[in-house]
Design a protein around this ligand. Sequence first.
Ligand code: GLN
Length: 334
Amino acid sequence: MDNPGDSEIVSSPLPEFLNDLHSKYKSLQEGAVANYIPELAKVNPDLFSICIVTVDGQSYEVGDYKQLFTIQSISKVFAYGLALEDHGRDYVLTRVGVEPTGEAFNAIILDEQSKRPYNPMVNAGAIATTSLIKGAGATERLNRVLDMYRRYIGRDVFVDISLFTSERSTGHRNRAMAHLMLNFGMIDQNIEESLDLYFKQCSAMVNCRDLAVMAATLANKGINPLTEERAVESRYIKDILSVMYTCGMYNFAGEWAYKIGIPAKSGVCGGIIAVVPNQMGIGVFSPLLDIRGNSVRGVKVCEELSQRLGLHLFECSNSGGNFGETVFKPCGDE
Ligand SMILES: NC(=O)CC[C@H](N)C(=O)O
């Protein structure tokens, strides 16, 4: 261990450890709230919460964990799962790739050869993914998305209409991507309906604890550990987690995989979900973002959680222990 204080922190039970992390980073004022969607700029920059939900249903939370905010890009993960269930892996792969872009989340780029958007975790790919969600019309498609959120979270979820209309009236860049993909036959004619659905899926209201439950559901092979309801077919978990791992943090994805080493997804709301397969889901919320659109405190908290709990997928075999009672030791030090 590098720091003298490490041994105290890692030997604390999880609630104390989360409290320590929260106090440590609460005063960090780096970054800025997203303002390209006018309603998003109104968020209180001081909000900060960290939650963990284990696959055996224990939950730990600290800070403003009941505060609702819009899920934004984190929705891309779950919409991708629904599109896979609706069409199967092979067809979805013809419409959206699985390559990291190395570019900003809102880059207007398609793969030169295939004309597909690069991956479902950036805006272009997410709009293509959402266009694949089935339903007889706009209402049925929205209801399917909301029901999907309900299964992952365990309660009904609503769309923030102010946020939705704010994004719809300013979302010209996303509209441009949709037209480009329409030009190449990557999405169908009904682009306004699909864009509305995309803006609504991004404007669904969640709190930090919800994020952790959603992440824990992915960690638990698609079954919500609190309600025991299946949210997504288990055969698509590896697809979802793979693209989260390689593409979930936009143009920080490589460094994230290298340093933190667990599948994750962020959103311009300031939320991050991180999934430790077969162990736990992590949710962090803090709206101050870095230049890539990732939560500054969120990245720091995940980095420290990963280091102190030995969560990096390739570091060593994870302990797989009971996180409710465990006294944490960094793996590799045994
Ligand atoms: N990175 C994000 O969270 C972006 C989501 C936002 N709704 C957009 O499309 O721009």
